[in-house]
Write a protein of this length. Structure first.
Lengths: 123, 122, 358
């Protein structure tokens, strides 16, 4: 029977660079299609609410009267159905993961400003 | 659409049919139950050399008991305990009976009522 | 001799899945084991009555994190056969490609957890380090690391270009070469063999009659592989189901190791043979009728029963996952084993309790 078969790999690991990344000093590059977070560009939105219709979990709420667009991040499963549905390209899927926010839902006013998912602070 | 052949079996002959399938060398694949308005539709799927055989038993809601096939297929105890726990049916002659405790759940028989059907658009 | 009952699970350092077992012990030998599940029962089957059948594919994928790709594939396959939708050939080949990548990642994950269950942490970490590279390939093509989000009713959501496929094949060949020293440890190392040989023996007849599926069945010598049913593009690819005769934990481990290399070969074949063309087709109408879809997940055969009644909600959506079918062989294998072998045996059926309880 063979003994200590993993010894070669373990011994080699002593001299190679570590397999882990020193986050937050080294950040990982996202791939082109990574589903990180939904980015909403309020200037392009025309409140057609197709995104609300297509969302499978009901995470998006569009209020035409009050002119707001809200995303409940705890319900969002990052499937991208809203991105495909939007005719105005106001929604896009970005590779970075979203930063912290205290409220479950952030309400954005359409045509005045702000983002629904906060960007991560730069290191 | 590919046709699925489902043989209908009376409740009384189920145990005999299961023994016959066991003798022919088939293995039990799955037991599926659907709640209909006035009955439970229980389908037993067997497989032999990649060919499936489906047997269906209709169980009326008023008398929701089903004879157990654990004598021929011991592994059916998991499926029949699931029928007891989630649908509120009773399996007669179950070899390993958990008496409703196989699944830890908050409510009794959560799957027993039939689906409500599509709501009219609000 | 007095018997003690030890409750094992659902929270236990070595148990990766929330299953509860009441172990009845005499001294250090387990006399019988009584399973109990239900800790993560989410009632996903009833959700089909409230969600559009096309949106249910998202729910089906999220039944389990490890076997997610094939759940999505099985659901899409079931609805497509129910409605008579013909999926383009390129989509079939790419589904096979992604499914086999998912199988490699699942088996590498299992190899790591298995090594952890008998205390070999270095092997666990090395197996998972390789798995990270597979997940990078998946993230590059589909966008998600474990929840692929690749299949939809009618095809796949995003195409993979021929150049990307070529580059991925080169990467996969490198990963396969790095896999060899790790899997050689499982196959030949003496300390691994001493923990696994002769533990949890299941004869071929017992495995078959108890309804075992997947590597549990193949490790006992029965050559049954759901991919031979010929769904997707499997009827046009070449491989043979891997079997071992031992019927013990070591045999099941060797079966999974061989399946990893089979999956690499299937990935290369499907990437080469994928024809040009569209990757999805428009789906109109509603499902009506019933259909049983059977696919091979990394853990065994999964059965999807779909019943439609002509509306956009399915009347019944039922999933019989492989771990559910392996509960009976697990109870049989635990009888007569030693207490320290219990985690090894529980892990050898590759439990995935979130699948079992949906």
């Amino acid at each position: 029977m063979a003994h200590l078969k993993l010894f070669g790999t373990i011994f080699g690991s002593t001299f190679k660079k570590p397999a882990t990344r020193l986050y937050p000093f080294e950040k990982r590059e996202a791939f082109a299609h990574t589903r990180g977070m939904i980015k909403f560009e309020n200037a392009k939105c025309n409140s057609c609410s197709l995104c609300q219709l297509k969302c499978p979990t009901g995470a998006i709420k569009v209020d035409r009267m009050a002119k707001t667009w809200a995303l409940d991040r705890l319900k969002c499963i990052l499937c991208g159905a809203c991105v495909l549905a939007c005719n105005k390209a106001a929604l896009s899927m970005v590779g970075e993961y979203a930063g912290l926010q205290v409220d479950k839902t952030v309400v954005v006013e359409i045509a005045t400003g702000g983002t629904a998912t906060p960007e991560k602070p730069a290191a | 659409m590919e046709q699925v052949e489902i043989g209908v079996v009376e409740r009384g002959e189920l145990a005999a049919k299961a023994a016959e399938m066991a003798r022919s060398g088939a293995r039990l694949v799955a037991v599926t139950c659907t709640s209909l308005t006035d009955a439970f539709e229980v389908t037993y799927t067997f497989d032999k050399e990649y060919k499936p055989t489906h047997l269906r038993v209709m169980v009326p809601r008023t008398d929701a008991t089903i004879p157990s096939i654990t004598q021929s297929y011991f592994c059916a105890f998991a499926y029949e305990n699931e029928l007891q726990d989630l649908f509120g049916m009773k399996a007669d002659g179950l070899v390993l009976d958990f008496k409703g405790n196989f699944y830890r759940k908050a409510a009794n028989s959560p799957f027993a009522e039939p689906p409500a059907g599509p709501k009219k658009a609000a | 001799m007095a018997r003690t009952i030890i409750p094992f699970g659902p929270q236990h350092p070595v148990l990766p899945e929330p299953i509860h077992l009441d172990l009845v012990l005499e001294d250090e030998k387990v006399v019988e084991a009584i399973p109990s599940i239900g800790f993560i029962h989410r009632g996903l089957e009833r959700l089909a009555e409230k969600k559009d059948f096309q949106d249910m594919v998202y729910v089906a994928e999220r039944i389990c994190g490890i076997c997610s790709a094939i759940h999505g594939h099985a659901y899409s396959e079931g609805v497509e056969c129910l409605m008579g939708v013909q999926v383009p050939r390129r989509a079939q080949y790419l589904r096979v490609f992604l499914g086999e990548l998912s199988r490699i990642h699942s088996h590498l994950l299992w190899l790591g957890l298995f090594a952890d269950s008998f205390g070999f942490e270095a092997l666990f970490m090395n197996a998972w380090r390789l798995r990270e590279r597979i997940l990078d390939v998946v993230e590059e093509t589909t966008g998600g690391r474990v929840i692929f989000g690749a299949c939809k009713v009618g095809g796949i959501r995003r195409d993979i270009s021929a150049d990307t496929l070529k580059r991925i094949i080169v990467e996969l060949k490198d990963i396969e070469a790095k896999c060899r020293p790790i899997t050689a440890v499982f196959d030949t190392d003496s300390s691994v063999r001493r923990r696994l040989e002769g533990v949890g023996v299941l004869s071929a007849a017992e495995a078959y009659s108890l309804g075992a599926v997947g590597p549990v069945l193949r490790g006992s010598g029965v050559a049954w592989d759901g991919r031979k049913l010929g769904y997707a593009a499997y009827s046009e690819l070449e491989w043979t189901p891997q079997i071992e005769q031992g019927g013990d934990c070591w045999a099941r481990c060797k079966v999974r190791v061989k399946e990893i290399y089979d999956s690499f070969s299937l990935c290369y074949q499907s990437a080469e043979k994928a024809p040009e063309g569209p990757v999805d087709v428009k789906v109109t109408g509603f499902p009506k009728g019933e259909y049983f879809a059977r696919l091979e997940q990394p853990r065994g055969e999964v059965v999807y029963y779909l019943k439609g009644n002509g509306t956009k909600f399915l009347e019944r959506f039922r999933v019989r996952t492989p771990t559910f079918a392996n509960v009976a062989p697990l109870v049989k294998m635990l009888q007569g084993c030693n207490l320290p072998d219990v985690p090894v045996i529980v892990l050898t059926i590759d439990p995935c309790i979130s699948c079992t309880e949906r």
